[in-house]
Design a protein around this ligand. Sequence first.
Ligand code: KIV
Length: 287
Amino acid sequence: MHPIRESLIAMSSGARGRRGRATIRHFLEMKQEGRPIVAMTAYDVLFARLLEEAGVDLILVGDSLGQVVLGYDSTIPVTLDEMIHHARAAKRGAPDTFVVLDMPFMSYQASVEEALRNAGRALKETGVEAVKLEGGHERTCETIAALVDAGIPVMGHIGLTPQSVHALGGYRVQGRSEAAAERIRSEAVALQEAGAFAMVLELLPAPLAETISTSLTVPTIGIGAGPGCDGQVLVLYDALGLNPGFEPKFLKRFAELHDVALEGVRGYAREVRAHSYPDAEHSFEGD
Ligand code: KIV
């Protein structure tokens, strides 16, 4: 195990911190015990609070923020300031949950120094417990090792890495050829050696994700990577049916909030137009 990650784990008071919040040791124990890690994204206080209330193990303030909250067509335009703004809100909503901030495009790629400064800012200004970086090649692993050496827990992310969507030629399942699968397998090992405490596996064939998961000591968190991962993550708005046009094969909707919300807004509009809201029950009397 990477020596600094080992000491980060040893320094943490136990699997659960002072306020009962999970630590990186907790996620290792969950993997060892075969207990799936439940992760989900959140970007604001109310949804983060809801995820904490539901007992989600890990909240990711993903740069999917760009698409589901800010209306960009990819994660590429998202800035560190936007991530910090939303991570602060999410952390306020989930003070007792392990929260990870997704480092946005070009906040860590230019140099190790810039990555250190930006990841340091992320932790200091938001109160999150860790950051996530995309990619598993040598340069990224060097950066991750430097962050871990500085005491910053890092989650990796390989397979489909959305910040490289143009280089990858679209949002496609990765690792289908033997050569591509071998490259992803070695990236996973390199990330673990660099000190990542966990890693996201996105859009991979299920057998490949399972092989990677069983070969690592650190947990894998899958999205579109089948049931063999140590945990699963979904984008909250997609999983709750708030993003109706988005229907990739891996996505299961666990609620249909778009329909419920639409009905609510239509009901409100109907009553305002009919002068039936606000009624006496929802108005204040004079003295
Ligand atoms: O940005 C995000 O939400 C993510 C998840 C899809 C893993 O990276």
